[in-house]
Write a protein that binds this ligand. Structure first.
Ligand code: ATP
Ligand code: MG
Length: 378
């Protein structure tokens, strides 16, 4: 159990033992209640950051001032980092540069979060504290802004994307999104351009890794949000998103490649950008299922076929799965030594790539002898 881990208990008791409030908060409580694995535990406390530092040192835990200005100290306990954040209260907020003050109550701390299901707390014993009625929303898998959607969005435009992202992850797909919240998202969609590419990318990655992001993405398109973050997005591929293994590591990329021909301002790693380009090239090419299985491997090859079919709005050949599988397991029948000593150096490389191109264009059917004949070496 996530809350019973010695590391978690040590951080909570170092604070409560000194007479402070200390509760797990946000994603960890939400996920635990949903039965979703808890990856990291955030802790809220009424102790001021300096006090958290002091208590952690006294308890033999390592405090790292990762975000002192926002009231956050990361405490390393039993090998894991815990973000301990002092109860905060937004004084007045314009965009991201809200003035925060400490010494707030738990209720005020809850009120400055984004959605009711993200404003749940749990004490060390596991008792849930729900100051804003997030539990019934969570049980109904209903994403609701805290109080007024329009006001919450004006405080931080990233919440527009978080609204669709959390709906995709934890909302009820049968249930539509709250019309007032959607209207507020639409009203402020043009402000998304003011956010950093990193923050936008992080939210879109999580959105696209949800089991089926299509309903949320469709709602984004309708609210005019999608074109702000992915100007090239093409809605016709939405239904196939669910088949593209987005929940596997790096899987968001397959969905992204189907959704848009260009990544706009998103920030991808070099490896991600390379896979994105491979997939887009496969979508526009004519390679057979076997050829794609050989060049891209089983998973990327499968996605390339499904994505291409969705974009062309044409189903792939009936036996395509077997084809990708055959390609993924195939060995190119010519080895460099087959061409030596007749060819060497650049001539050898050219001949091999010519033979390989022919082999791929002919569905991996040509045999070693046929390829040697093609090269005039039989
Ligand atoms: P995840 O599983 O994706 O980490 P999470 O709920 O933990 O989900 P985080 O972005 O890690 O999401 O944020 C932790 C908590 O901090 C949220 O549950 C929410 O209460 C609060 N929070 C984070 N970002 C915002 C924001 N932009 N506006 C308001 N509250 C926020
Ligand atoms: Mg989190």
């Amino acid at each position: 159990e996530w809350l019973e881990k010695p590391g978690t208990q040590a951080v909570l008791s170092m604070l409560t033992g000194a007479g402070h409030h200390a509760l797990a908060v946000g994603g960890c409580v939400r996920n635990a209640l949903l039965g979703v694995p808890v990856t990291d535990v955030d802790i809220a406390t009424d102790a001021l950051p300096e006090r958290v530092m002091e208590l952690a040192r006294a308890a033999g835990l390592k405090p790292v001032p990762t975000g002192i200005a926002h009231g956050t100290v990361t405490v390393v306990s039993d090998g894991e980092g815990y973000e301990v954040t002092t109860f905060r209260h937004d004084e007045e907020s314009f965009g991201r540069h809200a003035r925060v003050s400490f010494g707030a109550t738990l209720e005020q701390d809850a009120a400055r979060r984004d959605f009711t299901m993200n404003a749940l707390y749990a004490d060390a014993s596991g008792a849930v504290v729900d100051p804003l009625g997030g539990l019934p929303d969570l049980q109904a898998r209903r994403l609701r802004f805290i109080r007024d959607a329009d006001a919450r969005i004006r405080e931080d435009y990233l919440r527009i994307l978080r609204f669709f992202r959390f709906h995709a992850q934890y909302g009820d797909p049968e249930q539509g999104l709250d019309p007032d919240a959607l209207a507020a998202c639409a009203d402020h969609a043009d402000q998304l351009g003011t956010l950093s590419a990193e923050r936008i990318t992080a939210e879109l990655k999580k959105l696209l890794a949800a089991p089926d992001p299509a309903p949320a993405v469709a709602a984004m398109a309708q609210a005019g949000v999608l074109r702000q973050v992915l100007p090239g997005a093409q809605a016709q591929a939405l239904p196939v998103l669910v088949h593209l293994e987005g929940d596997k590591p790096g899987g968001f990329l397959r969905r992204l490649a189907v959704l848009t021909p260009d990544i706009g301002t998103l920030r991808l790693s070099k490896a991600e950008a390379r896979d994105f380009d491979k997939l887009r090239a496969a979508f526009s090419g004519m390679d057979s299922p076997a050829a794609l299985g050989w060049t891209l491997g089983l998973r990327l090859g499968t996605d390339a076929l499904l994505g291409r079919a969705a974009l062309l709005e044409t189903p792939p050949a009936p036996d395509w799965r077997a084809g990708v599988m055959r390609g993924a397991q195939a060995d190119f029948p010519l080895k460099p030594k087959d061409l030596m000593p007749m060819l060497l150096g650049p001539a050898l490389g050219l001949a091999l790539s010519r033979a390989q191109k022919h082999w791929l264009e002919h569905d991996l059917q040509p045999t070693r002898d046929e390829l040697l004949a093609l090269l005039g070496l039989a």
